[in-house]
Design a protein around this ligand. Structure first.
Ligand code: NAD
Length: 271
């Protein structure tokens, strides 16, 4: 860390939808400084000022494809790119002693192996959902599920925009895993992912999922604990993708004084 200017952050995938939001968030956040932005060779964004890319005023640092030069100026690299890229980014970051925040999803085995290897040399935070609220909800759901017995039926409801192709959402499944973990169960053994026709009565201990699709909904999740005479509902509503950028920058600042190792958002949030 540069004592005068805070944590120096480089953004991989700086021209992407998340990359641009992360640039904005870094510029808005006290205690960190935008050091570099990298994107793939051939990207039309190369050479463009990072501030301009993010719809802000110029900041005097341009998007580049030179990963080594970017890492030489940075304390931490935030990666929101595409599968395959994190493998190269993790190996290079480890060689430079630069911490890593990985938000890219759908990773290949080679990406995970490189990230594991990097974690032996630098701090690595990886999470498929970097929203502070969703990660808090995961912790709360596990605790509530632990406190309540099978007399409280657990149902998870999610809604996303009309373009989403997978169901239930990865976050809904993560909430299901948290609830199952609270009950000391494996989600695969208790999940009911769809109901149709004559299903019979609900089996005690099951965790049910219901999926809604439509419009431009960014992401809504509810976990219902339905008992006899009372019902507890815990939920999260995502208003925009900036919540993921906020979580990623929070994780980047958190890595500044952390020893090498693999961490998740629960560590960042102190859960
Ligand atoms: P996007 O396609 O808009 O942006 C990806 C960017 O990465 C592009 O600019 C692309 O040119 C760049 N890129 C690709 N290969 C590269 C390489 N080898 N080196 C450098 N740059 C490279 O995608 P997006 O919507 O910004 O999402 C990016 C990733 O983040 C996806 O995997 C998405 O699922 C994930 N995501 C994670 C979270 C989370 O909370 N963890 C939230 C939102 C999105």
């Amino acid at each position: 860390m540069d004592g005068n200017q805070g944590v120096r952050v480089a953004v991989a995938g700086c021209a992407g939808r998340m990359g641009r939001m992360i640039i904005t968030r870094v510029l808005e956040t006290a205690g960190c400084r935008l050091a570099a932005g990298v994107d793939r060779p051939g990207s039309p964004a190369l050479g463009t000022d990072l501030g301009v890319l993010a719809g802000q005023g110029p900041v005097g640092v341009a998007a580049s494809a030179d990963l080594d030069a970017a890492l030489a100026t940075a304390d931490v690299l935030i990666d929101f790119t595409t599968a395959g890229a994190p493998a190269r980014h993790a190996a290079a970051a480890a060689a430079h002693g630069t911490a890593l925040v990985i938000g890219t999803t759908g990773l290949e085995a080679a990406d995970q192996q490189a990230i594991d290897a990097a974690a032996a040399r630098v701090a690595v935070v990886q999470a498929a959902n970097m929203s502070v609220g969703v990660n808090l909800l995961l912790g709360v759901v596990e605790r509530v599920a632990r406190a309540l017995d099978d007399g409280y039926d657990i149902e998870i409801v999610e809604m996303h925009h009309r373009h989403k192709v997978d169901a239930p959402s990865g976050t809904a499944l993560a909430l299901g895993r948290a609830a199952a973990a609270g009950r000391g169960r494996n989600l695969d053994e208790v999940a009911v992912r769809a109901r149709d026709g004559h299903t019979g009565a609900r089996r005690s201990g099951d965790i049910g999922f219901a999926v809604l699709r439509g419009g431009d909904v960014v992401g809504e999740h509810s976990v219902v604990f339905a008992g006899t005479g009372e019902r507890i509902t815990l939920g999260h509503i995502a208003g925009g993708r900036q919540i993921f950028a906020a979580g990623a920058v929070r994780a980047a600042l958190w890595t500044a004084d952390k020893p090498p190792g693999r961490y998740g958002m629960a560590d960042v949030l102190g859960l």
